[in-house]
Design a protein around this ligand. Structure first.
Ligand SMILES: [Fe+2]
Length: 197
């Protein structure tokens, strides 16, 4: 395992937040602050295997850490140039930071069951977005840079295995989906499977 003390300290801080806070909104805000600090430090994952696109897909989504007890889940997403994710929810709170390239985040409110865009935010490296339902759980993220964008995401659920909602534009309806992890496709272990000491 490649040494990555900065990331190990970040994960330890996240576990501290899970232990200290009960309210989901407060957890998400505190996690957002931890993400802001990590992004500002210039952290980049030192193991390049976790930065690759998934074969035959315009993205990669790598599980870096998962704590089944608290649901704490840390994922690194790599978006290819022009990649646009469908509008989706997260089944709970979440926060993410752009680390490289640039992303655009669009927020949606539901009106008569249909998502209506209510905010658009440009996310250069260092920018952090916090999603804490109820009310603002639906969003869409796209790569807006001429090179792939990389962002670090933290959730309160095993996001790749949870069944969530995704907007099908053609059918104009939400459909259930499970996003999975690129680890399973390329044969990579969870980056940090255990809680750092
Ligand atoms: Fe998302």
């Amino acid at each position: 395992m490649i040494a990555d003390p900065q990331f190990d300290r970040f994960v330890a801080r996240l576990h501290g937040i899970m232990g200290e806070m009960q309210d989901d909104g407060a957890k998400a805000e505190a996690v957002g602050e931890a993400l802001r600090a990590l992004a500002a430090s210039g952290w980049r994952i030192p193991d390049a295997r976790y930065r690759q696109m998934q074969p035959d897909a315009p993205y990669g989504s790598y599980l870096l850490h998962l704590d089944p007890g608290s649901g704490l889940c840390v994922v690194l997403d790599v978006f290819g140039v022009g990649q646009v994710a469908a509008i989706h929810d997260h089944g709970g709170w979440g926060a993410f930071a752009c680390l490289e390239g640039k992303e655009i985040e669009r927020r949606y409110a539901l009106r008569d069951g249909v998502p209506v865009e209510v905010a658009v935010t440009e996310m250069p490296p260092g920018a952090v977005a916090v999603v804490a339902p109820p009310g603002d759980g639906f969003h869409q993220v796209e790569c807006a840079s001429p090179e792939p964008s990389i962002s670090l995401h933290v959730y309160g659920v095993d996001i790749g295995r949870a069944v969530r909602k995704r907007w099908n534009r053609k059918a104009r309806a939400f459909e259930p989906f499970s996003s999975g992890y690129s680890n399973d496709v390329v044969g990579l272990p969870v980056y940090r499977p255990a809680i750092p000491a």
